[in-house]
Design a protein around this ligand. Structure first.
Ligand code: NAP
Length: 241
């Protein structure tokens, strides 16, 4: 198996896309650290199924990120970091509170920044590692009602490309995956009208599933992508083409 015994972190790995990624990496042989913030039951059930460990931590804090890194290093040298944890607090800009902007930036962009800072130190020293960040087509194209979310996801694209340039020569790769609409708790919050509208704009005429996203993350983590860094791979059923 291509990721045999490699240690991987998936932030927000207990539900949705993160859960599918954790399952996919474990199926490829990785030992997965499943980070969660509130989904303790789901996280424990998942590690009972796929192995690895579950770690409760808030990635918007430096201490939380360090706790996740420490849990990984306790089972072996960290090789793969998937920054998947994310939140939304949608609304039109004119009514958007400071708190809704700051919180979305703190979890989505801040969490990615803090996790990458802690993980890359170890990976640089070892001259090996792959970091995969979950951005969104909202971060590439913008989306009405998501000024805060799309700003956080655009920040992730900028960080991905910048860090790839900083540490490529140390043999550490940094890439991003940009899903379109995927059926998870995050999108269940959207009105049916918005989901129907999105579906009509998708050439493949269906909303994505978490399992549609995970294989791209596995590819970017593994040996088949060794000459790919600083890239954003869009997985959206053709929505943005
Ligand atoms: P989801 O079902 O709402 O799950 C979000 C995950 O993030 C949960 O596992 C949650 O953990 C975790 N999380 C939130 N805040 C956290 C924090 N402070 N610390 C640690 N974990 C935290 O979302 P999803 O749809 O699977 O989205 C996963 C990623 O894909 C996100 O980055 C999202 O922006 C991105 N994405 C999603 C879509 C889509 O259509 N669904 C499209 C493009 C991009 P707990 O449950 O433990 O709180």
């Amino acid at each position: 198996m291509e990721l045999q015994d490699q240690v991987a972190i998936v932030t927000g790995g207990a539900r949705g896309i993160g859960r599918a990624i954790a399952i996919e990496l474990a199926a490829a042989g990785a030992k997965v650290v499943v980070n969660y913030r509130s989904s303790a039951k789901e996280a424990e059930e998942l590690v009972a199924q796929i192995g690895g460990v579950a770690v409760c931590a808030d990635v918007s804090t430096t201490e939380g990120c360090q706790a996740v890194i420490d849990a990984a290093e306790a089972i072996g040298p960290l090789q793969i970091l998937v920054n998947n944890a994310g939140i939304t607090a949608d609304g039109l800009l004119i009514g958007m509170s400071d708190e809704d902007f700051d919180q979305v930036m703190a979890v989505n962009a801040g969490g990615c920044f803090r996790m990458m800072r802690a993980a890359s130190q170890l990976m640089i020293r070892r001259r090996s590692g792959s970091i995969i960040n979950l951005t969104s087509i909202s971060g590439l194209r913008g989306n009405s009602g998501q000024v805060n979310y799309s700003a956080s996801k655009a920040a992730i694209v900028g960080m991905t490309r910048s860090l790839a340039k900083e540490i490529g020569r140390r043999k550490v790769r940094v890439n991003a995956v940009a899903p379109g609409f995927v059926e998870t708790d995050m999108t269940k919050k959207l009105p049916q009208q918005v989901l129907d509208g999105a579906k009509a704009m998708i050439p493949m005429r269906r909303i994505g599933q978490p399992a549609d996203i995970a294989p791209t993350v596995r590819f970017l983590a593994g040996p088949g992508s060794e000459y790919i860094t600083g890239q954003v791979i869009v997985v959206d059923g053709g929505m943005s083409c």
